[in-house]
Design a protein around this ligand. Structure first.
Ligand code: GAR
Length: 224
């Protein structure tokens, strides 16, 4: 029996595209259930576009500033996705809010990666806010997109420890390494059908990962 057809994936980016690269690399595996058919950016200067072209992947810039309304921009994006025969959309550092209309077009077929353990720390500056709160565990989440921002059924999460010595930058780097691991895992689960929604929650295939080992115990800093 022949293998099922690979799902065609579009990755939407706004910047450097390191998560995009991790998806492209994962999709090279013969047994990966998805292929990257398109990279689309709302910013023509996004570094990720060049990286995608270097991989011989169709890369399209649709500048949101060239469209008078969010709806017109999204209709142009949707038309491009349909033109490329896209089955699944992966938001990877795509920094535009999406209207309920666009989300509805891709309901159950659009994933997002967020640099925090949702439902904690929705929105921006997640690492700064986690450090300010003194949380000991932080991480990242891949979820299906719904009209509410950074909500939607969770497909995969990975946890990292927060160290006393962390700055927003060191914490971001530790989380980003986990993002690069869980986004391909989540896409595999969704594209293969191993994970699916039951009663509003994603079930099947696992989806939890992380390593909470703290490298070495650090002494309590002096308050004097
Ligand atoms: C990633 O950390 C991603 O989680 C975050 O933007 C970064 C993009 O990096 N996304 C959001 O904050 C979405 N709200 P990348 O371009 O190197 O993948």
């Amino acid at each position: 029996m022949s293998a099922p057809a690979k799902k065609r994936v579009a990755i939407l980016i706004s910047g450097r595209g390191s998560n995009m690269t991790s998806l492209i690399e994962a999709a090279r595996a013969a047994d990966f259930p998805a292929e990257i058919a398109l990279v689309l950016s709302n910013r023509p200067d996004a570094a990720g576009l060049d990286a995608a072209r270097a991989e011989k992947i169709a890369a399209v810039a649709l500048d949101h500033k060239q469209h008078d309304t969010r709806e017109k921009f999204e209709r142009a994006m949707h038309a491009t996705l349909v033109e490329h025969g896209v089955d699944i959309v992966c938001l990877a550092g795509f920094m535009r809010l999406l209207t309920p209309w666009f989300v509805e077009q891709w309901r159950g077929k659009m994933l997002n990666i967020h640099p925090a353990l949702l439902p904690s720390y929705k929105g921006l500056h997640t690492h700064e806010r986690a450090l300010a709160d003194g949380v000991k565990i932080h991480g990242c989440t891949v979820h299906l997109v719904v009209p509410d921002m950074d909500a939607g059924p969770i497909v995969a999460q990975s946890a990292v420890p927060v160290l006393d010595s962390d700055t927003p930058e060191t914490l971001a780097a530790r989380v980003l390494a986990r993002e690069h691991a869980i986004y391909p895992m989540a896409l595999r689960l969704v594209a293969s059908g191993a994970a699916g929604i039951v009663d509003g929650r994603v079930r099947g295939g696992g989806g939890a990962s992380g390593d909470l080992t703290v490298p070495s115990a650090t002494p309590r800093p002096s308050t004097a």
